[in-house]
Design a protein around this ligand. Structure first.
Ligand SMILES: [Zn+2]
Length: 267
């Protein structure tokens, strides 16, 4: 996600083909796997300090959430640029991925082996623009300063980690060769079909509940919609109920319900 939110060379970078690779991806670790109380208590404390989403979960779902965060984190290599290696940071970034994929069976985003955490907004190559996060074939990139901002401000519908994890989820399912979630793929098509009427509405009214960056292209529409979905679910439901329902379906969760998850075994 560039800062400011203009596109230009960003699109060109996103169009790079995801090559896949030959190695075999790990299968997601089953949710019923037992993690130690020490891990559970440590992760609960760290995640609970920032994620309202996690704090709202019932006890059994908290355990499932943390199991996923632990194995997501273990499956990635974290790189720290301009800030010190910190296990808590890796846990929190992993938690943002698990939040987005919590309703899905395949949650590891297996295509992406590397996550790069930068201290602040950054430039890429010879690009003049400042970025606060982006997804490329070689990894997921996030500005730590903006990550924290995303989870501290609850009313602006901006959360760079949720935004980039949404891009990563889409690419993992449509461009990568493994870690595909069949539920997501099937239902994303339905989500796509809801964009036509929404675009027509925006053109007619010349405004939208979603910030204008959503209308840069379909990938950004997806990522900005998911941000709004988690940042202020009630606001999105009130203003764009069809979009809200389509997101519930494709992510198999409804953040306004206590359990979040809709079907325990999504088809
Ligand atoms: Zn984006």
């Amino acid at each position: 996600m560039p800062e400011p939110y203009t596109m230009r060379t960003f699109l060109r970078k996103l169009k790079k083909v995801f090559s896949g690779g030959d190695d075999i991806s790990p299968a997601p670790v089953p949710d019923e796997t037992i993690i130690s109380d020490q891990i559970y208590n440590n992760y609960s404390f760290i995640i609970g300090s920032l994620f309202n989403y996690f704090n709202e979960l019932p006890e059994n779902e908290k355990r499932r959430f943390i199991t996923r965060v632990h194995y997501f984190k273990e499956s990635k290599k974290f790189h720290y640029i301009g800030l010190e290696h910190n296990e808590d940071t890796a846990i929190l970034v992993s938690a943002s991925a698990v939040q987005v994929t919590f309703g899905l069976k395949n949650y590891l985003l297996s295509h992406f082996k590397d996550i790069y955490i930068l201290a602040d907004a950054y430039r890429m190559d010879d690009d003049e623009e400042l970025y606060i996060g982006h997804v490329a074939p070689d990894g997921i990139y996030l500005s730590w300063k903006h990550f924290l901002y995303g989870y501290s401000n609850k009313s602006d519908n901006i959360n760079v980690a949720v935004h980039e994890m949404s891009h990563a989820l889409l690419y993992n399912n449509f461009f990568a060769q493994y870690g595909i979630d069949s539920h997501f793929r099937l239902n994303y098509e339905r989500f796509s079909s809801s964009t036509g009427p929404i675009l027509a509405d925006v053109i007619t009214k010349r405004r939208s509940y979603l910030r204008s960056y959503a209308f840069s292209n379909l990938h950004e529409f997806w990522a900005v919609s998911v941000e709004a979905f988690f940042e202020n679910p009630a606001g999105l439901k009130d203003n764009m109920s069809e979009l809200y329902d389509a997101l519930c379906k494709v992510l198999n969760q409804d953040p306004l319900t206590p359990n979040k998850i809709l079907k325990s075994e999504p088809c």
